[in-house]
Write a protein that binds this ligand. Structure first.
Ligand SMILES: Cc1ncc(COP(=O)(O)O)c(C=O)c1O
Length: 389
């Protein structure tokens, strides 16, 4: 069966929400994947910031198979050891006391946080333009892209939009009616957009002044992606709610709503629930991911390899800017040719993402080596050299 055969079967059987798949992949190892025709690709997208340890990492394999052989699933009428340990571990890497609610995805982590904000007695949420928080109805209400939202109106309301990174606009938008300000520390889907250095600190001060919660969506930026456990760590702010998913399970579906301090008790018995959230296998996988990031020094590696990418591409005449931190890399092009770059890269054996018409995004496994990045930079530069503008 070739990629073409599999693609036509996909098109007949799988709902067409994602368009035609770029390739049908059959195998992965480390930072590489192979398609059904046997072609190898260096995976610089990592399942969109998910495969923190790459593909087929022995630590995840061991954790998942051992846990599945021991205790695979229980209901939330019961608790399991990996679930409790992961909650403790997440609080310890955030660095504050609180409570964790486990989910299966980023959008569900945000749904949990959204519901928690309603328990403040206020309803208004202030969100940034350019935001992406997920596709379920609640998270979609907080996602800015009009084309995603419009077909599904009415969505949960009382949402105020502010320009991302604009402290004065945030200050003007927040008052005593605001339950929470929701921000991504770096906007991933928007193409790796980094706010001014003091933005999160200002957001904390503004929310403190009005008794509003500060909710940071670290679904894409969390768990080592930016070279720190959380992208907000550098700012020194202590948020009330932090949502994570993607890299947390390294490819096993899991998310979490981490509620710090008093926010940890906003959701009470009966207020929220899930069948799979906190599943022993998923939480065991996440513990293995966190342990491996720590043991193998992958936070430092993410910083080193990410800087290598930015340094290796910044001076190309078609590159207007390089953005992001660690291994969340944005390449801002001087023309809207990101889709052409993505296509040419795929043909050349590189998986990258055209996040917007003029922005390429890289979010590779945190295990990526400088040598692998150097090969990729050489390929990307020659693709950019060959573009006819
Ligand atoms: C910042 C952010 N929040 C939420 C989500 C939604 O996560 P999921 O696709 O796991 O529902 C994403 C996914 O791209 C994201 O980048």
């Amino acid at each position: 069966m070739t990629v073409t055969d599999w693609t036509s079967r996909y098109q007949r059987a799988v709902m067409n929400t994602f368009g035609t798949p770029q390739r049908v992949l059959v195998r992965g190892e480390g930072a590489y994947v192979w398609d059904a025709d046997g072609k190898r690709y260096l995976d610089l997208l990592g399942g969109i910031a998910v495969n923190a340890l790459g593909h087929g990492h022995p630590a995840i394999l061991a954790a998942v198979s051992t846990q599945l052989a021991t205790l695979g699933h229980i209901s939330n009428f019961f608790a399991s050891e990996p679930q409790i340990e992961l909650a403790e571990r997440l609080l310890s890497i955030v660095g504050h006391d609180g409570r964790v609610f486990f989910t299966n995805s980023g959008t569900e982590a945000n749904e949990a946080a959204f519901k928690a904000t309603r328990r403040t007695g206020r309803t208004r949420i202030v969100v940034a333009e350019g935001s992406f928080h997920g596709r379920t109805m609640g998270s979609l209400a907080l996602t800015s892209k009009e084309s995603y939202r419009a077909p599904f109106e009415p969505l949960p309301g009382d949402v105020t939009w502010v320009p991302y990174g604009d402290t004065a606009a945030l200050d003007a938008a927040v008052d005593e009616s605001v339950a929470a300000v929701l921000l991504e520390p770096i906007q991933g889907e928007a193409g790796v957009v980094v706010p001014p250095a003091d933005y999160l600190r200002a957001a904390r001060d503004i929310t403190n002044r009005h008794g509003s919660l500060l909710w940071l969506d670290e679904v894409q930026t969390g768990i080592g992606r930016t070279g720190a456990w959380f992208a907000h760590a550098k700012s020194g702010v202590v948020p009330d709610l932090v949502t994570v998913a993607k890299g947390l399970g390294g490819g096993i579906p899991i998310g979490a709503c981490i509620a710090l301090g008093d926010a940890g008790t906003l959701l009470q018995p009966g207020n929220h629930g899930t069948t799979f959230g906190g599943n022993p296998v998923a939480t065991a996988a996440a513990l293995a991911v966190i342990d491996t990031i720590e043991r193998d020094g992958l936070l430092d590696n993410a910083l080193k390899v990410g800087d290598f990418f930015r340094g290796g591409l910044a001076d190309h005449p078609l590159v207007a800017d390089t953005t992001g931190r660690g291994l969340l890399v944005g390449i801002v092009l001087t023309a809207p040719v990101a889709a052409d770059v993505q296509k040419a890269a795929l043909d050349a054996g590189l998986i990258i993402n055209n996040a917007t018409p003029d922005r390429v995004r890289l979010a590779p496994p945190l295990i990526l080596t400088v040598e692998q990045a150097a090969d990729a930079v050489t390929t990307l530069r020659s693709i950019l050299d060959g573009l006819k503008l």
